[in-house]
Design a protein around this ligand. Sequence first.
Ligand code: TYD
Ligand code: ZN
Length: 412
Amino acid sequence: MNKSDCLCRVCSSTISDIFDFGNMPIANNLIPVINDTYTKNEYKYNMKIGVCINCSSLQIVNVPEKELMFNNQYAYFASQSEFMKSHFEKLGNKVMQLMDKEKDYILEIGSNDGIFLKYFADKQYKHLGVDASENVVETAKKNGVNALCSFFDEETSIEINNKYGKAKIIVITNTMHHIENCQEVAKGINNILAEDGTLIIEDPYLLDMYKIGSIEQVYAEHNFIWSLHSYKTLFEKHSIKLFDVEHFDTHGGSMRYYFSKQNLNKTSTMQEYINLELNNKIFDINTFIKFQENCINISKELYNFVVSKSKEGKIIAGYGATAKSATTLNYSNIDKNLISCIYDSTPFKIGKYTPGTHIEIKDAKLFTKDSPDYTILFAWNHKKEIIEKEKNNKSKTIWVEYIPKLKLTYEN
Ligand code: TYD
Ligand code: ZN
């Protein structure tokens, strides 16, 4: 596929440049057993990301079928992190202030295992969650959350509108960047958001990704990495206007966006970030080219480190079987021959194998006993929580970080 064949899904301009990652598996498609049936038939696709310098959006240009990514084997359960629970609890309290408990309801698109809507369910607020993956919807229902298993599109928005009416609040956290057909979602939101309602979106932020040169924000599920400018371009087409933003350090740097159908005053924070994006040249093709160079450097540095320690006979493990690390591991050719295993506390992941690289995922409870010489922190976005926890468990390892640069930490 040539760059001139690709049109930006936000503004329809021709994609300005493409970075080819080669063959990649689906990042969350963990393998249940290693045998010929699974490994030979493992689905791979040629992952390419493109940038549009007209609207600044960064997007995967050849997206696999969405059913291959979001299905009843979906491996991401948001409730695994205590920090993220508290992050969403704070947002929940803020949102409740905007709602009339008797009249209003909140709609969450991409409600996952109900981590966020549970606060609303517990306090008897009217709510509805929509998620495309059956297994996480089942978990949400078990948590007492009213949830619907569906992709959110115009048709779903009409069904929801018929049954529940217009939503006072629509929340989409860490989901909008997963959705290929962003125009369809924006249309659906326009149908269902109340005239005085607020749309709140939160996901990884382009400027942070460029800043740390994070190779990992890009994988098949992360169809977009958004910015203020690209979101403005998308939603203004559908009469929805950005009026405020909040920045967080979560997931390696995230932005929370507030939109309304009304013409609300734009906050000074929003203006600051608009200027920051311009000053950091998000419309300049060279920013994207520099990012590509960074990705290649990070990958080479990690590969060389792992190979050299492996030659010394050291045991190298990983911590956090993240979807993000699928890109690093596959792009860097670091597989089960170089990494002994990856520790993780998610019951669904334990005993399975990483996509493409077939590294065993072991229960994090075994980490202290196994005591690998080096542990690559794949869940680097939960660094504080994980290192603190394992320090309390008296584990002895040398932590290896690789973003933005290779760094060893001797905590013990
Ligand atoms: P996550 O932040 O969900 O990233 P991604 O979206 O790239 O998958 O991944 C965090 C992973 O780390 C998840 O599998 C759970 C695991 N984890 C632990 O094993 N222990 C912990 O203390 C924390 C915070 C996470
Ligand atoms: Zn564009």
